[in-house]
Ligand binder design. Structure first.
Ligand SMILES: [Zn+2]
Length: 177
């Protein structure tokens, strides 16, 4: 479990100890709380779609007033990571974003998907599937489809199947209070 808190303008307020441990374990000590405090969270999220999706989730929580849980994938080259993210809002208008690693599975042989805005192939920021040869494939269950490829450049999107999990279809105006 790793948590980050942001204010209503999406500036990072603080992170918890687990967040910092995770950053250090991933050789990303530039991401520990003390270093990112006060910055906009968008600076640290790769890909426009991933940014849009967090923005959409926060809007969703703002409108409904209820915490929202989203299951998503954040894979490494040799492992599928099933993640759970919960976004909630406190009375003081700050947002709490919590990430949990639910389980991992091995992807073999490994394959790297490299974020590239110009890439033709798309990769969904939620389910992790890759649009390849005209269809959506999960590298965990359909590794064969990618053949001998060891890496593939992909552009982050939210696929159609995942859109309803992220975006509200009928956004009702929040009643001011
Ligand atoms: Zn998807």
């Amino acid at each position: 479990m790793a948590s980050i808190w942001v204010d209503s303008e999406c500036r990072i307020i603080r992170t918890d100890e687990q967040w910092d441990t995770l950053a250090e374990d991933n050789n990303a000590s530039q991401l520990i709380g003390e270093k990112i405090k006060g910055s906009l969270i968008w600076k640290y999220i790769k890909g426009d779609a991933a940014r849009m999706f967090l923005d959409a989730l926060m809007t969703r929580v703002k409108i409904s007033g209820k915490p929202y849980i989203l299951h998503y994938r954040c894979d490494g080259p040799s492992k599928a990571q099933f993640m759970r993210m919960m976004v909630s809002r406190s009375d003081d208008n700050t947002f709490h974003i919590e990430h949990d690693l639910v389980r991992t599975e091995k992807i073999s042989p490994e394959i790297s998907f490299i974020e590239d805005k110009e890439a033709e192939e798309e990769r969904c920021a939620v389910c992790g599937k890759v649009h390849f040869k005209g269809e959506w494939f999960d590298a965990l269950t359909n590794r064969r489809v990618f053949g001998s490829l060891e890496e593939l450049r992909t552009r982050t999107v939210v696929c159609e199947a995942c859109e309803p999990k992220v975006y509200l279809s009928n956004i009702k105006e929040e009643t001011p209070h």
